[in-house]
Ligand binder design. Structure first.
Ligand code: ADP
Ligand code: MG
Length: 401
């Protein structure tokens, strides 16, 4: 059985910042034992004409500083089972990065269903309970996204995720009978949230929730809030889930590249249809395209990120709550662009489950809230009209209007 975990690769400011985590699947928390993991993060050290902020101790100079007077400081952290990079510039950048790092470690501890002591694990053990501000907010948002996606975003899918072994790397294919049984425990309507008193009750014994489909987007928006509080600007990259806050130090927009579906170790693309996986246009493609932005989250979901293979069939970690199987819709990659990182993450997971037509339909009703970049199994590229001025690609773009 082959296992692979791959995270997206991002180009920022024409400097390639690779954040690749490859090797044996390491689904259970930020385990230090990811022996085959490989991180290669080239820090941003472009801007030739940036002065170091440390140089300016003179008051007059300080009052006249522009963003170009600040150096972009970068911090690397491993949390939420992925490599992360935070970059900030401004007077208070160092303090902002310290606080960002503390925040991410704290959120990881609070929210990881796989860590025994997390709040989510305790809720799962006790069938609900009292909620922190953060967990109450995330469950509330998750329930709203569940409604907007006709049930595709489903945090109660955790027992099914466990059965497939995505929580502890004991990968297996559950029988149909087992899945049918577990699906009885899946359904957001069986979660009773009291938002005012911040409690949740699981109406069926054995139910478990998993905020993994929304945590990183939420975390990046919390970090953007920290940047705002410290009056600094920069970029947050949580394993390929990117949020930018303000422009680059030189005033231009960040360039966020969307990684093309990753190849397997055998250099194949089993996520694509046979014709598409042999297509010349996709053969050497590293990036689906590049999005320029200075104020949005750019969050991608794809089946090639975390999967196992058995008897030539590939099973990935995004579950269709209706079937209990890894979703088999017509998309291979879904990127959501939004100022709301939490929404972007929840939608990236659920639009992947819903497929092209349904995703387009939902976008039509919510076009002020987000945009999408989608690749289907035939290798065709789609993007929604709201990012026409921001998104470019070497491939032909089918615009959804
Ligand atoms: P990642 O966080 O790995 O970049 P996603 O945001 O797409 O990718 O989240 C995938 C995770 O979401 C899964 O590992 C699982 O924990 C959870 N998940 C899987 N299927 C669903 C679903 N249908 N609804 C909500 N969460 C899901
Ligand atoms: Mg997601």
């Amino acid at each position: 059985m082959k296992v692979q975990v791959v995270k997206k690769i991002i180009v920022i400011n024409m400097v390639v910042v690779t954040l690749a985590l490859t090797g044996c699947g390491n689904a259970a928390g930020p385990a230090a034992g990811s022996s085959a993991a490989e991180a290669n993060a080239d820090s941003n050290n472009e801007s030739a004409n940036t002065d170091s902020a440390d140089d300016s101790t003179d008051d007059t100079e300080n009052t006249n500083t522009t963003s170009e007077d600040y150096e972009l400081l970068t911090r690397e952290v491993f949390a939420m089972d992925t490599y992360m990079t935070f970059s900030a510039y401004g007077e208070d950048a160092e303090a902002a990065l310290d606080e960002a790092e503390e925040e991410i470690l704290w959120l990881d501890q609070l929210l990881a269903a796989e860590s025994e002591n997390s709040e989510v694990a305790q809720l799962n053990k006790n069938g609900g309970g009292q909620l922190s501000e953060e967990t109450a907010y995330l469950i509330e948002r998750s329930l709203a996204i569940n409604e907007e996606t006709e049930g595709a975003f489903e945090i109660t899918v955790y027992p099914v995720k466990q059965a497939w072994g995505f929580t502890d790397e004991n990968y297996r294919i559950p029988s149909d009978a087992e899945l049918a049984e577990l699906l009885q425990l899946v359904g957001s309507d069986q979660l009773e949230l009291d938002a005012e008193n911040k409690t949740v009750t699981y109406k069926k014994e054995g139910m478990k929730i998993d905020l993994g489909g929304i945590t990183k987007g939420y975390a990046s928006s919390r970090l953007a809030d920290i940047f705002m509080k410290h009056d600094v600007q920069g970029m947050i990259n949580l394993g390929g889930n990117v949020q930018v806050y303000g422009p680059k130090p030189d005033g231009s927009d960040w360039r966020v590249a969307i990684q093309a579906p990753e190849r397997t170790e055998e250099n194949t693309l089993p996520w694509l249809s046979k014709a598409a996986s042999g297509s010349a246009a996709l053969a050497g493609l590293d990036y689906i395209g590049v999005l320029e932005t200075n104020n949005q989250a750019v969050i991608t979901s794809g089946g090639y990120e975390r999967y196992f293979e058995k008897d030539g069939v590939y099973y990935h970690h995004i579950i269709d709550p209706k079937t209990g199987y890894p979703s088999d819709a017509d998309l291979v990659s879904v990127t959501i662009v939004s100022e709301d990182g939490t929404l972007a993450d929840g939608l990236s997971t659920s639009m992947f489950v819903l497929g092209l037509d349904k995703a387009s339909e939902i976008w039509s009703a919510h076009r002020d809230e987000f945009d999408m970049i989608l690749m289907d199994k035939d290798g065709a590229l789609y993007a929604t009209g709201g990012i026409k001025e921001q998104f470019t690609s070497d491939l032909e773009i089918n615009w959804i209007e």
